[in-house]
Design a protein around this ligand. Structure first.
Ligand SMILES: [Fe+2]
Length: 156
């Protein structure tokens, strides 16, 4: 049987001793890729993800999850369109691989939507961990490379 200390802060959960919420993914300047439009959108995506983490404790958690996931999906699509427009405008050399990663996430999110449509309430841990890891890896890898390339072409 797992024993959990009552004051241990778990990502996205309130601690028992105080009403603070530990964000799923705290924003860090390390995430900055050096292009304002992309960084602003990443910050907003991280904010939506953190709201999803907070919703776990909400009385109407399932309804909140649906609303926030829809918002996250919509904003992610808009964000990918922004990055792909910048790639095209500036002749980004690694666009095929990068856009492939975007498609991969969109497919994964569609699969989540299908599960919800089938009446399943998705486990918050599974959702937040998947989205946090994807976002972190993508920003720190492909998006950093895109940012550097755009910077070299004078885009900031
Ligand atoms: Fe990207």
């Amino acid at each position: 049987m797992a024993i959990v200390a009552p004051d241990v802060a778990v990502a996205g959960l309130r601690t028992h001793q105080e009403e603070t919420i530990v964000p799923v993914l705290p924003w860090s300047t390390l995430f900055a890729v050096g292009v304002q439009e992309i960084d602003d959108q990443h910050r907003k995506l991280v904010g939506i993800l953190n709201r999803l983490g907070e919703a776990e404790n909400d009385a109407a958690a399932a309804a909140m999850q649906n609303l926030i996931l829809d918002e996250l999906t919509e904003y992610t699509i808009l964000h990918f369109a922004t990055e792909e427009r910048l790639m095209q405008q500036h002749g980004y050399e690694a666009s095929t691989h990068h856009i492939g990663e975007h498609h991969h996430l969109v497919d994964a999110v569609k699969a989540l939507h299908a599960r919800r449509a089938a009446g399943e309430t998705l486990p918050f841990d599974e959702l937040t961990t998947f989205l946090r890891d994807w976002l972190t890896n993508h920003i720190m890898g492909s998006d950093k490379a895109l940012g550097l390339s755009l910077n070299r072409k004078g885009v900031y």
